[in-house]
Write a protein that binds this ligand. Structure first.
Ligand code: NI
Length: 193
């Protein structure tokens, strides 16, 4: 397993459409392990493969306060949506920015698990937001796309400036911006998805 570099907005590689996984094999499982390790180390509560420059439809999530309930979803699809909720979101690819986003409160999801088996389930509240946020990544979207043009421009400028100040990105660059405790990452106040 290894910790991988997380791409930061407005990196154009975050805009790619991720490819469906045709076969869940050992190389996909190795990628899942790297994604989990990278997410826990960041720390965040969700990560899409595209965020570490791997254009596959794979997401990992752990919203548990104890950080030991890893969920992995391969080729996730939303079958239905119900209700609305607004949560303040953040993103490991948009460090230090937190803004409210309105999404469905309850969703029905189909995906493959780590063994390549089809799973179908309902998700609500925080998990529903996380899954919707991550699936957006797979379609080349980031949560700032939901904000006003003005806010998007401000965020882009801020992060471009930071990127220039920090020079070439390293896997530890997140820490330079401000390391938050694991508890905060898992808590509802600062969601880094
Ligand atoms: Ni994100």
């Amino acid at each position: 397993m290894s910790i991988r570099q997380i791409l930061h907005f407005p990196d154009p590689r975050l805009r790619r459409q991720a490819n469906p996984v045709l076969q869940v094999n050992d190389s996909i499982r190795r990628l899942l392990d790297d994604m989990a390790e990278t997410m826990y180390q960041a720390p965040g509560i969700g990560l899409a493969a595209i965020q570490i420059n791997e254009p596959w439809r794979i997401i990992v999530i752990d919203i548990s306060p104890t950080r030991d309930q890893l969920q992995v979803f391969i080729n996730p699809e939303i079958l239905s949506r119900e209700g609305e909720q607004e949560l303040e979101e953040g993103c490991l690819s948009v460090p230090g920015i937190y803004e409210p986003v309105t999404r469905a409160r309850r969703i029905r999801v189909r995906a493959l698990n780590r063994d390549g088996e089809v799973i179908e389930f309902e998700a609500e509240d925080l998990l529903a937001t996380c899954i919707q946020h991550e699936i957006d990544h797979l379609d080349g979207k980031v949560f700032v796309d939901y904000l006003s043009r003005l806010k998007q421009t401000r965020i882009r400028k801020k992060l471009e400036k930071r990127g220039r100040e920090q020079g070439p990105k390293s896997p530890t660059s997140e820490y330079a911006i401000g390391h938050e405790s694991t508890a905060a990452a898992a808590g509802r106040k600062h969601l880094k998805i």
